[in-house]
Write a protein that binds this ligand. Structure first.
Ligand SMILES: Nc1ncnc2c1ncn2[C@@H]1O[C@H](COP(=O)(O)OP(=O)(O)OP(=O)(O)O)[C@@H](O)[C@H]1O
Length: 643
């Protein structure tokens, strides 16, 4: 996989790859940290677009800097330019817990417990640190490749000045997960509100749908305030009791996180000595000697000097390098930075080292100049150059060669790497090699944007949005694909609005897809297998790696073109405007000018069973709405096919 055009501020520090998620405020891209070769997630925010929400992002950054826990997504670095804020985060390749549930209809009690324990651990830890999350939901829990949950999205968190026993007033979060006292407009305790959300979350894990759900926000609130929810017969007595303790309308009768840590349901089948590991395994007080030494040696500084630089926890490239090295050590990987270049002419090999040295010198200068009161961790030495240029799609050519605009002042001798002359090897004892291009595995899912209604404001239902779309006059446009790398509009067609919401949605996407039985004459196609998971091919659909069947449903067809046209037809007949790039269809439902929901359905090839698959990917919008829309689209596709 080829890295895509990068942002100037990240040049030489990170290689950038595909977008792996987007939210209301950010685009998240896969990156590779150049000195360690470790994958990271880079959350990119445009300051202008953030507008009044900028303080919220600053709060999120400050919160994440003070949180280090195995079940909280780790912040490695913050880079701020004139135009952008970049947050470099621990990469969670296995996507959202929401999608994990969707794939399985609902989880078994043991599996739900496995995840719930980790949620309890994360929440106990953040509460202990004085934060309430206030937006706990399965979309905000990501999975790493070891089934460990990582809590993200601290944009709505609160750290009450008077501690966790101080009341909060701001009504925020996602309505379906909001506690009764919160939606009543009363003052509330953040810790108690989080516990309620955990109840909703546990219910979703065990049942596969929400305990309180309605398209009409006023009715939804009434349901929440009544505290009455369905208790399906598959729930065990003990699970029902657990839910009952979490979903207590009166916050004072609700179970506390301290009680949860020792709760028999949570600890079931555990060794008697086992405790929910709510304390952090990260050591931030003491730096790891081996990692410090490696970094010191690499740039020819003394260990003491390096120790002192890292002790600042500036959340710059040094912090990121240290944390990633430390993480490698925990995984028994080598604690070595990239060096000993197999010199690639013209590459910014030694520039990498120079950048690190520059950063360290700048850190030293900063210390000397007592500039510590500048925004902590905000890397202000680079100004955005190409930041506003949107990234190219994969397969659209080589990384950008464009020179950064030199109207921007670059501090600290931080010459853009593209301009750097490779450093003579003898100049330095250790020279960082150009990092081997790691073929990253893109996340197999992306993320919702909390829709407007998720901020507790009344909004139209998805059905009505679909209704409106269906009323929009059709605009005939060409649907012919002549360039796979461009998104092309396909003709819109008015069609039936979405059917009435069905509560039982998990798993039905799979069932819907299973009904896509396309029994056309099998036509063999050349498979375009790639080293990574999939790759855009100029002559056919992507081949999914057998290990990456996440979010992919199989059909019985061997004809990708037919599946593609059926999907397109279904989307259009639902009145959902569609754009097409190769074998990927992007559907977008708007509310005003903003995208309320955007998602992709990609027709791909599954080599193991030699059939066509459909990969689903939510780009933006409420997860449950996405699920319903996909379900309806796929059902329609199958009906039309059957007909
Ligand atoms: N560390 C990560 N690893 C992998 N994917 C990630 C990571 N962080 C975020 N994502 C993906 O990007 C999506 C958007 O991220 P995030 O929720 O932080 O954005 P946001 O704009 O703050 O969202 P919101 O609109 O809820 O405030 C996530 O749902 C997830 O799919």
């Amino acid at each position: 996989m080829v890295p895509i055009k990068s942002y100037c501020a990240l040049d030489g520090f990170y290689e950038m790859y595909d977008t792996i998620g987007s939210g209301g405020f950010a685009k998240v891209k896969l990156g590779v940290h150049c000195l360690t070769g470790e994958k990271v997630a880079i959350k990119i925010m445009d300051k202008k677009q953030l507008g009044d929400d900028l303080p919220r992002i600053r709060l999120e950054i400050e919160a994440m800097k003070s949180l280090s826990h195995q079940n909280v997504c780790k912040l490695f670095q913050v880079i701020e330019t004139d135009a952008k804020i970049f947050m470099v985060l621990e990469y969670c390749p296995d996507g959202e817990l929401f999608d994990y549930i969707v794939e399985r209809d609902r989880l078994t009690e043991d599996e739900a417990r496995h995840f719930f324990r980790q949620i309890v651990a994360a929440v106990a830890y953040i509460h202990h640190k004085g934060f309430a999350h206030r937006d706990l939901k399965p979309e905000n829990l990501l999975l790493d490749d070891d089934q460990q949950l990582k809590l993200i999205d601290f944009g709505l968190c609160a750290k009450p000045k008077g501690g966790m026993n101080s009341h909060l007033e701001t009504c925020c979060g996602s309505p379906a997960y909001a506690a009764p006292e919160l939606i009543s407009g009363k003052c509330y305790l953040g810790s108690e509100a989080d516990i309620w959300s955990m109840g909703v979350l546990l219910y979703a894990l065990l049942c596969g749908y929400l305990p309180f759900d309605d398209d009409n926000i006023a009715i939804l609130y009434r349901k929440i305030q009544s505290g009455v929810y369905e208790k399906p017969e598959w729930l065990s007595e003990s699970s029902m009791e657990m839910l009952d303790q979490l979903l207590q309308v009166d916050p004072k009768r609700r179970i506390t996180v301290a009680q949860l840590l020792h709760h028999p349901w949570v600890l079931k089948d555990c060794n008697p000595s086992y405790n929910v590991q709510w304390e952090s395994i990260y050591q931030t007080k003491e730096l790891d000697d081996e990692c410090v030494t490696e970094m010191a040696v690499s740039v020819g500084k003394s260990r003491k000097a390096m120790h002192s630089i890292l002790s600042d926890w500036s959340y710059d490239y040094n912090t990121a390098t240290y944390l990633l090295l430390w993480k490698r050590k925990q995984l028994s990987k080598s604690v070595r930075l990239m060096r000993d270049q197999q010199s690639i002419p013209g590459t910014p090999v030694s520039g990498l080292k120079r950048n690190l040295i520059d950063e360290m010198n700048s850190a030293d200068d900063n210390r000397r100049n007592s500039l510590k009161n500048s925004p902590r961790g905000l890397h202000t030495s680079l100004e955005g150059g190409l930041d506003d240029v949107d990234l190219l799609a994969i397969g659209q050519g080589s990384p950008i060669e464009t020179q950064p605009p030199f109207s921007h002042q670059l501090n600290n001798n931080m010459t853009p790497l593209a301009k750097k002359r490779p450093l003579e090897e003898k100049e330095m004892e250790y020279v960082f090699a150009k990092p081997v291009s790691v073929a990253p595995t893109p996340s197999r899912k992306t993320k919702r944007q909390s829709p407007d209604h998720s901020k507790l404001s009344p909004s139209r239902s998805m059905d009505s949005a679909l209704d409106d779309i269906s009323k929009t006059p059709a605009t005939p446009r060409s649907s012919r694909v002549n360039d796979e790398n461009r998104w092309l509009d396909t003709p819109e067609r008015g069609g039936a609005a979405g059917s009435k919401s069905t509560r039982k949605m998990f798993g039905s996407i799979e069932r819907g897809l299973d009904r896509v039985r396309l029994m056309l004459t099998p036509r063999r196609r050349q498979l375009h297998r790639t080293g990574g998971e999939t790759e855009f091919s100029s002559s056919g659909p992507n081949v999914v790696d057998n290990k990456a069947l996440y979010n992919v449903s199989t059909t019985s067809s061997r004809d990708p073109d037919f599946v593609l046209s059926e999907l397109r037809r279904a989307l259009q007949s639902k009145g959902i405007p569609v754009k097409q790039k190769g074998y990927t269809l992007r559907g977008r439902i708007t509310e005003g000018v903003r995208a309320k929901l955007s998602f992709e359905l990609e027709v791909c090839l599954i080599p193991r069973v030699d059939v066509v698959g459909i990969r689903r990917k939510r780009l933006k919008g409420d997860a449950w709405c996405y699920k319903r829309v996909c379900e309806e689209v796929l059902r329609m596709a199958s009906i039309q096919t059957a007909a």
